[in-house]
Design a protein around this ligand. Structure first.
Ligand SMILES: [Fe+2]
Length: 237
């Protein structure tokens, strides 16, 4: 058990979430496991479960932000939090660690791929922002409107469904899961996004970013993301 974070000098929690301690000014001390707690005061079970979830949420949020710092480019706090929530749930689905996530190949559709999945997600997001900035500089007020927050959120969520589509074997190799053979990531991504209240404009980017979106009328944000995604894919495959 190790200390992973301290906040405001008062809050301490541990990486296995199994125990945590809160020291208020009058030194109330409690333990979630109810093991006697020494000098501590045992608190209501529901409160402790709530607090454990809160701690877990903070831990997952840190893990996701470490993985995808571009989330911080989203200006709207509520959208930022929803994007984090989507990624946190997808990461938890197969208990991926950040080290594992950083080693997943970008695609299983080609051999000897040297680019990794997370690198691809981050790079496409950065390319999408760069495109939007170039268009801003070039055309100013004549530019077709692009919602930068939606563009970033969509870029970061387009492939989040791959964490359901992919599966890790005991030897560490990554394969397509049975689930993934039936539901490709644009569909699982939209399902996850819907659950977390992601705006429909962002779900649209997820839905039409890949071959499934061919023939659909894409929004300006979806056009930008679709193209940067395929630049990266076609240069790698
Ligand atoms: Fe994709």
């Amino acid at each position: 058990m190790s200390l992973v974070r301290e906040k405001t000098g008062k809050l301490h929690y541990f990486s296995d979430y199994s125990k945590f301690y809160y020291r208020s000014s009058w030194m109330v001390h409690f333990r979630s496991c109810g093991d006697g707690g020494g000098s501590g005061k045992y608190l209501d079970y529901n409160f402790i479960q709530f607090a454990k979830q809160l701690m877990k949420g903070l831990f997952m949020s840190d893990q996701v932000l470490e993985l995808l710092p571009e989330i911080n480019e989203i200006k709207a706090k509520h959208l930022r939090e929803k994007v984090i929530a989507c990624w946190a749930e997808a990461v938890e689905y197969r208990n991926w660690t950040n080290a594992e996530l950083k080693s997943i190949p970008f695609t299983l559709l080609a051999d000897n791929v040297k680019i990794h999945f997370i690198e691809h997600v981050r790079t496409c997001c950065k390319m999408a922002i760069a495109c939007d900035k170039v268009l801003d500089d070039a055309y100013g007020s004549r530019k077709t409107a692009v919602n930068r927050d939606y563009l970033i959120a969509g870029s970061l969520l387009a492939d989040v469904g791959k964490l359901f589509e992919f599966e890790k074997k005991a030897d560490g190799t990554i394969i397509k899961s049975e689930y993934g053979k039936h539901i490709r990531h644009p569909f699982s991504g939209v399902g996850l996004a819907f659950k977390h209240g992601i705006p429909s404009e962002v779900m649209h980017i997820i839905a039409v970013h890949s071959k499934e979106g061919a023939g659909e009328k894409r929004s300006s944000e979806a056009i930008i993301f679709h193209h940067v995604d395929f630049i990266d894919f076609e240069l790698v495959k």
